[in-house]
Design a protein around this ligand. Structure first.
Ligand code: IMP
Ligand code: MG
Length: 195
């Protein structure tokens, strides 16, 4: 497969992602089926747009025995660049009440932890019965708040990553793998050029 020119190194292949989604789907299903039975056997999978899309699509296809509803929120913290800046903001709120719901937050990556922490607190305040977190990637070295993912796919290094939902300025989310971005090249890249 030809690598994207803005990619330095593929960190996690499409095959590894697929396998991990299957494992996560099984682990999460087992938890809700056996350890924490939920109302009408239905959880609310709440994806944080836009990065969650590729992961969430695969992950929920591996939930077995437990039913799920899906909803999404848009929370922004990066505003373009390669570093999180400032306080995450809710740009699109939930369209349904969450009182007594068992919510599973689905994220592409946790870095500082601020985004998930704010959303977790918000959902709890709104009366959710439980809020759990599953993320494909966990950048533990970036943590600035006290937050632990209930399930995560891969430990991620403290560098800027792209692909499989992760973007640089809204681009590169479509790559089928997770990769280390070539940040030097990104700075002077002309998006118009076909390479
Ligand atoms: P946090 O609030 O610092 O945990 O930031 C989490 C959000 O930042 C994620 O949902 C991503 O959208 C974004 N993010 C964190 N690390 C990366 C990265 O390496 N590449 C692209 N986006 C990232
Ligand atoms: Mg995200």
């Amino acid at each position: 497969m030809k690598l994207h020119p803005l990619v330095k190194e593929v960190l996690i292949t499409a095959e590894e992602i697929e396998q991990k989604c299957l494992e996560l789907g099984q682990a999460v299903s087992n938890y809700y089926l056996n350890e924490y039975p939920v109302q009408e056997n239905t959880i609310l999978c709440l994806g944080l747009l836009k990065g969650c899309i590729p992961f969430m699509a695969k992950f929920i296809s591996y939930l077995v025995g437990v039913e799920c509803e899906t909803e999404y929120m848009v929370v922004s913290s990066y505003f373009g660049g390669v570093k999180s800046n400032g306080v995450p903001q809710i740009l699109l709120d939930l369209p349904i009440p969450v009182t007594n719901r068992d919510i599973l937050l689905v994220e592409d990556i946790i870095d500082s932890g601020k985004t998930i922490k704010i959303i977790k607190d918000y959902l709890t305040l709104k009366g959710a019965r439980s809020v759990k977190v599953v993320t494909l990637l966990d950048k533990k070295a970036g943590r600035e708040v006290d937050l632990i993912a209930d399930w995560y796919g891969f430990d991620a290094p403290h560098v800027f990553l792209v692909g499989f939902g992760l973007d640089y300025n809204e681009r590169l989310r479509n790559l089928p793998y997770v990769a280390v971005a070539d940040t030097e090249k990104l700075k002077k890249w002309h998006w118009g050029a076909k390479k």
